[in-house]
Design a protein. Structure first.
Lengths: 327, 505
């Protein structure tokens, strides 16, 4: 019955939509491309935001999610640039992984200005952690140990070398005064869970990941979070973890989630979608989704988001050159 | 007996008409998805996640639906392996080795019934293992670091000679081909693309499902095109007589099932190993132990029972690290994990204490699903074998169609379809040259993992090779690997010596 009412309301709303909307662009059948298989983070972004957009009556019909996997998002990026450039009803899920790969030239022939960046819907902040029985107590201790003997500390993470989990360690190490980024030992595993397992098994000494990956192990007391790489303490139960900043190590690492749109999208449609993402982000419904999934606040929209993406790409590029991922 | 009480609570949660209905639907859909080449358990679960969300199911019923699909697909994978020599999914690959020869001998009904029972045994005891051993096994999984995993994969390759019925050299060549294919894609450790020729579609490597469907299914279609009037898979239909497994056959294979279950379960528990390794080692071990008369590869029922028990036990084993550590042991559990997260359930060390109703409800659902699958599968044998009565001229186009749809559904990429056809041509040529196809897939499946773990180990040790045999577990595995490699050579020599000694006088 609820569904019926919702459907009825949606139809009603669709009829009167032109009156309420202040945009020259009118949303029709919207498509969201998730550049990965079902079940991953990008798929989650598309499905949850797509659902919220429809529930909030920003779009008249349910958002269709298309999974276009391959090349770490590169296949979808190339497809959007080459074939869907003028599509006003298309949004594409993106995250830090997208900008990292753009910065490292992992999407051949692609650059960030080929698409229009819409906005973020939240972020997963980076953490650096050790096992509960480790003698290390603070982030500074850990990097002291690295300075003394770099080969004695292996960092495990869920992304490839040069990927997000690796870059976070490097950002923090730099801020802690370690000059040679190449001296940091990073071991890449398949996903944060596997990396934590290796830490608990004593095969590596430290873990770099996102806060959502560590929750279960922190609650059970197996993991000791040394620092959260956020500007300030996180809301809710995560507030008990110190930030790197308050320990005197000025490092921030947020794995944002958000969207881009085709480069040839009209200004009217672009404005509409920026506003749509922003409205979704600020809604109560979305706050519930964020809380349920460990997503933390990070709000960048439109031009701000564009500048944010440029900054991320420039930083990643510089770091990647230093560790030799980019020549 | 806390555990049994908890399990009782679990059954109380799971035994509602709605949940039983979901389990039935899940088992049925899973079996079909598993049987279709190109669609494996991971796709099956991924396809049904939106359905679970749309229905607005709470956590436990959603999990019951999806794990039924998972187990159903593990059951179903064997059907096309046995009937058509085309594995429905990657762990069912080993079942082709003796399953299809049984079909050729007119024993398709027996093979299906036997493998159904073996699947049940594997999954049933693995679920008990999950109930009683999960906490202890998690500790074992933690002991496995990169060096131990590397040794484990070496063990798999060392026993590879065991699967080739005729020429060991051809098996090695096939494995080397597989390893080469595994190298395609962006190198995980340095970000350098290898063998991609600037083609973005190759950056993530070649998905093993594309390789399996191409090598097995498409090449089968090519073989048919070569002899369109031949009676390719259907030549056994006239001799088809039984639809159940005879009791002596079940008795004879009891040991095989038991060994397959233990090996499969253990490799399922190790997050880096998985169901394919489980069924593979179960088969090669069985062959090493029991193949006295050289009947393996020619339709020996034990060669069907062991890997089927193994891969279904692995499916149960893979739930241990997923639930207790939040680490997926296979592609399917990775999808299930994402599903759990979306339902606001955080798998990990505290899941068993914080949300016992979810865990025990799930475990109870596994038991229910298992019994349901057995009941569903045994009578359906008769239905499945009818596939053989479909003339090849209708069956083969259907196989081609299902393959194309399945692979396109995987990624939505036409490029993958081209790769699949290339693999089909390659598979056709390899078959003509009498090179076994299974080692190619094993090379693809295990090669990447083996390389990654070697490089991880060496990164940790700063290039010091001694880390590879730095723990008792690693040393044990190395000893087994060396034995597995050397023993057949020695045993073969002794046997030959004996034979000539008998012949001599």
């Amino acid at each position: 019955m609820k569904k019926l009412i919702a459907a009825g309301a949606a139809t009603l709303f669709a009829t009167f939509a032109p009156m309420g909307a202040s945009f020259a662009f009118e949303a029709g059948n919207t498509e969201c491309i998730a550049p990965a298989n079902a079940g991953g983070g990008w798929d989650f972004t598309c499905r949850q935001v797509g659902k919220a957009l429809y529930d909030l009556k920003i779009v008249p019909s349910p958002v269709q999610v298309t999974n276009l996997a391959g090349g770490g998002g590169g296949v979808a990026f190339a497809e959007v640039v080459a074939k869907r450039n003028g599509d006003d009803s298309l949004i594409v899920a993106a995250s830090s992984a997208t900008t990292t790969r753009l910065a490292q030239g992992a999407f051949p022939g692609a650059s960030r200005d080929q698409v229009r960046w819409l906005g973020t819907i939240g972020a997963d902040y980076g953490v650096i952690a050790v096992a509960k029985d480790s003698p290390v107590e603070t982030l500074a201790d850990l990097f002291e140990a690295v300075k003394e003997n770099p080969s004695a500390v292996s960092f495990a993470g869920g992304s490839a070398v040069g990927g997000w989990d690796h870059l976070k360690v490097l950002v923090a190490a730099k801020a802690a005064g370690i000059e040679d980024a190449r001296s940091i030992k990073y071991v890449a595993f398949e996903g944060g869970g596997e990396a934590v397992t290796q830490l608990l098994g004593g095969h590596v000494q430290a873990f770099s990941g996102d806060i959502s990956e560590t929750k279960g192990f922190v609650d059970s007391g197996d993991l000791k979070v040394l620092a959260v790489l956020a500007e300030e303490r996180l809301p809710g139960e995560f507030g008990k973890f110190p930030t790197a900043k308050e320990q005197g190590i000025d490092a921030v690492g947020a794995n944002w989630r958000g969207f881009y749109a085709p480069g040839g999208m009209s200004d009217e449609a672009y404005d509409f979608w920026v506003d749509a993402i922003k409205t979704t982000y600020e809604s109560e419904e979305w706050k519930a989704v964020m809380e349920a999934n460990g997503l933390m606040p990070l709000a960048e929209f439109g031009d701000d988001f564009n500048a944010f993406v440029s900054g991320e790409i420039a930083n990643t590029e510089a770091l990647s050159r230093e560790i030799g991922i980019l020549q | 007996m806390d555990i049994l009480a908890s399990l009782g609570d679990g059954f109380a949660v799971a035994l509602t008409w709605q949940n039983l209905g979901l389990a039935l639907i899940g088992c049925f859909l899973g079996t079909i998805i598993g049987a279709l080449p190109g669609l494996g358990p991971a796709n099956g679960v991924a396809i049904l996640i939106p359905l679970a969300f749309t229905l607005g199911l709470p956590a436990t019923p959603a999990l019951i639906l999806l794990t039924s699909v998972y187990f159903g697909a593990m059951y179903g994978g064997r059907i096309s392996s046995i009937l058509l020599n085309i594995p429905g999914d990657e762990p069912a690959m080993m079942t082709t080795l003796d399953g299809y020869p049984m079909t050729q001998k007119g024993q398709a009904g027996e093979a299906l019934a036997l493998s159904g029972v073996a699947s049940f045994v594997g999954a049933f005891f693995a679920t008990w293992g999950l109930v009683f051993l999960a906490p202890q096994l998690v500790k074992v999984a933690l002991l496995f670091g990169p060096a131990e995993y590397f040794a484990l994969f070496t063990l798999a390759f060392a026993t590879l000679g065991g699967i080739a019925a005729r020429s060991q050299a051809k098996a090695v060549i096939a494995a080397a081909l597989g390893l080469a294919i595994a190298m395609v894609g962006v190198d995980h450790q340095t970000g350098v693309p290898r063998l991609t020729f600037g083609e973005i579609h190759l950056y993530e490597g070649i998905h093993f499902l594309i390789a399996i469907v191409g090598l097995f299914a498409i090449s089968e279609v090519f073989l048919f095109l070569e002899h369109p009037n031949g009676s390719a898979p259907g030549d056994a239909r006239a001799k088809l007589n039984r639809l159940t497994a005879p009791l002596p056959m079940l008795k004879k294979t009891t040991g095989s099932m038991a060994r397959g279950t233990v090996i499969g379960f253990l490799s399922g528990v190790l997050p880096g190993a998985g169901a394919s390794l489980g069924s593979f080692v179960a088969y090669t071990l069985e062959k090493r132990l029991k193949d006295k008369e050289g009947t393996f590869g020619k339709g020996d029922p034990r060669g069907v029972a062991a890997p089927e028990a193994g891969n279904n036990a692995a499916a149960g084993g893979a739930l241990v690290p997923m639930l207790a550590l939040g680490v997926p042991g296979s592609g399917t559990t990775a999808v299930l994990l994402a599903m759990l997260m979306a339902l606001n359930i955080t798998p990990g060390p505290l899941l068993f204490t914080q949300q016992p109703e979810v865990v025990w409800g799930l475990i109870a659902a596994l038991f229910i699903g298992n019994v349901m699958l057995l009941l569903l599968n045994v009578p359906m044998v008769g239905l499945f074998v009818r596939v053989l009565q479909v003339p090849a001229k209708y069956l083969m186009p259907a196989v081609a169609m299902v393959s194309f749809v399945g692979i396109y559904g995987l990624s939505g990429s036409t490029f993958d379809l081209l790769v699949m056809i290339i693999f089909g041509v390659g598979g056709y040529l390899l078959r003509k040259l009498d090179v076994p196809l299974v080692p190619v897939i094993l090379g693809i499946l295990l090669g990447n993992e083996m390389e990654k773990n070697l490089r991880r180990a060496l990164t940790i040790s700063d290039g010091d090779l001694s880390i590879l045999w730095g723990s008792p577990i690693a040393i044990t595995i190395w000893v087994l690997a060396i034995l597995g490699f050397v023993a057949p050579l020695l045993v073969g020599r002794i046997l030959r010596a004996k034979k000539s000694a008998i012949v001599a006088p």
